[in-house]
Design a protein around this ligand. Structure first.
Ligand SMILES: Nc1ncnc2c1ncn2[C@@H]1O[C@H](COP(=O)(O)OP(=O)(O)O)[C@@H](O)[C@H]1O
Ligand SMILES: N[C@@H](CCOP(=O)(O)O)C(=O)O
Length: 305
């Protein structure tokens, strides 16, 4: 068992759901939060936060990253050691880009390393899914790539979803928040058979569209009946930004995670035009967005001792 006294963990943002894959598919993005954990001589936890929206993150024991850190030690039946945690944020909070997933994955991976790596990656994944309540953002945050998660009698089956190199994810991040909790509260607990069939078919088409890069398949696939119809009205300017993205050549536009970030999938030839169009459309609605074309992170959480 290798024992280290400090460790840094970098975790990617994610975009979950991708339209029809509610609660089961997500992809890691090239945007990262960084977390440093060091053994400390003062009891409990000391937390510093820098970077984007740092002042909004709690620095006491209720901090989500620390809660995940504690969860791992509880799972081992051990008392968590005193720890100094330094957080450097680049993933905006409560915007549908998996900031909570970075905290959960970061806390579990950091604790596992400080504890001498008693848990395997798939054991960490099980704990992360249990903490987050759904797999679609924590799984790609931990292992990278685009991933589909399906529950089985043994736990979770995770499969790699090939992502064609010409498909570019463009994220349009508004200057307002929408908590995942609030965006889940508006969802119905039951859906019709027609809506379930619609999503099953479109998710299948999405998987093939992502793999082949076929624009006609992606255009048809990026539709959903399980969550987006209930959430669109929570996102001011949704229709205008979608129209602008499509007119600029995007294959489609969906809500990233629980929103309010909007995700367009486009090809490399149109990505700059799509970025400009989404940005302009939201500004016309009085909203200041940050719009960026990103890439798929293939590595997931990484650590440095
Ligand atoms: N690095 C972090 N450290 C501690 N807590 C965090 C961190 N990142 C996110 N959180 C918590 O997660 C909340 C956002 O989670 P959530 O509503 O699920 O949105 P998101 O789509 O960004 O995951 C924040 O308000 C904060 O309480
Ligand atoms: N499937 C979840 C995904 C939430 O992702 P987040 O990045 O918004 O935390 C949902 O749509 O509620």
């Amino acid at each position: 068992m290798t024992v280290v006294s400090s460790v840094s963990v970098t975790v990617p943002a994610t975009t979950a759901n991708l339209g029809p894959g509610f609660d089961c598919i997500g992809a890691a993005l090239t945007l990262y939060n960084e977390f440093k954990f060091a053994n400390h001589n003062q009891a409990g936890v000391t937390i510093t936060v820098t970077g984007l929206e740092a002042e909004q993150v709690k620095t006491d024991e209720s901090n989500l990253l620390y809660q995940a850190f504690v969860k791992l030690y509880q799972h081992l039946g051990q008392t968590p050691p005193p720890v100094q945690i330094d957080i450097k944020l680049a993933v905006p909070l409560a915007r549908g880009l998996g900031s909570s997933a970075t905290a959960i994955v970061g806390g579990l991976v950091g604790a596992n390393l400080l504890a001498g790596e008693p848990l395997t990656q798939s054991e960490i994944m099980e704990l992360a899914i249990a903490m987050e309540g759904h797999p679609d953002n924590v799984v790609p945050a931990l292992i990278g790539g685009c991933r589909l998660a399906a529950s089985s009698d043994e736990g979770w089956e995770i499969c790699d979803v090939p992502w064609h190199e010409d498909i570019v994810p463009v994220v349009a991040i508004p200057n307002f928040e929408l908590s995942t909790q609030e965006a889940r509260r508006v969802l119905p607990t039951q859906v019709s058979r027609a809506d379930a069939i619609f999503n099953t078919a479109h998710l299948g088409l999405l998987l093939r569209g992502l793999e082949t890069g076929r624009k006609d398949w992606l255009r048809a696939a990026l539709q959903d009946k399980l969550h987006q119809p209930y959430r669109e009205s929570l996102i001011q300017g949704y229709e205008a930004v979608k129209e602008a993205a499509l007119a600029a050549g995007a294959c489609g536009m969906v809500i990233s995670g629980a929103g309010p970030t909007l995700l367009a999938l486009t090809d490399t030839a149109h990505s700059e035009t799509v970025v400009a169009a989404m940005s302009f459309a939201w500004q016309q609605q009085g909203i200041s967005p940050v719009v960026r074309s990103l890439a798929i992170d293939t590595q997931g959480a990484r650590s440095f001792c």
